[in-house]
Design a protein around this ligand. Structure first.
Ligand SMILES: [Zn+2]
Ligand SMILES: [Zn+2]
Length: 110
């Protein structure tokens, strides 16, 4: 087996992380990498302490899965967090500190 490039390596890991996603409509995985080191991982699904998406935790995803709404519809009603978002939150939980930009001139420090 050929040794993967860094991109392939990280993509493969993100794919593995995705397998933990509990989102019915759009399973995704994300990893945060700094200096070629993984500092956090995340996958999408309902927030902590909320029933998993695949167990009915998100009405919007269930409606989507069962064909009551179309792809892209009612996204504002989706309870699921994005994988990237979860990777960042998970990173904070483990003590990671970073700077977030919100599109204005001022960055907010977390
Ligand atoms: Zn979902
Ligand atoms: Zn949802």
């Amino acid at each position: 087996m050929a040794r993967p490039s860094w991109d392939e390596y990280f993509m493969n890991i993100a794919e593995a992380v995705k397998l933990r996603s509990n989102c019915l409509s759009r399973p995704k995985g994300a990893i945060l990498v700094k200096n070629k080191q993984i500092i956090s991982t995340g996958y999408n699904g309902t927030p902590r302490n909320v029933k998993n998406c695949n167990e009915g935790g998100c009405k919007r995803c269930m409606d989507r899965k069962e064909g009551r709404i179309n792809s892209g519809e009612d996204l504002d009603k989706c309870a699921c967090n994005h994988a990237e978002e979860n990777a960042i939150v998970q990173g904070f939980r483990s003590g990671l500190s970073c700077r977030a930009w919100n599109g204005t001139d001022e960055g907010s420090r977390n």
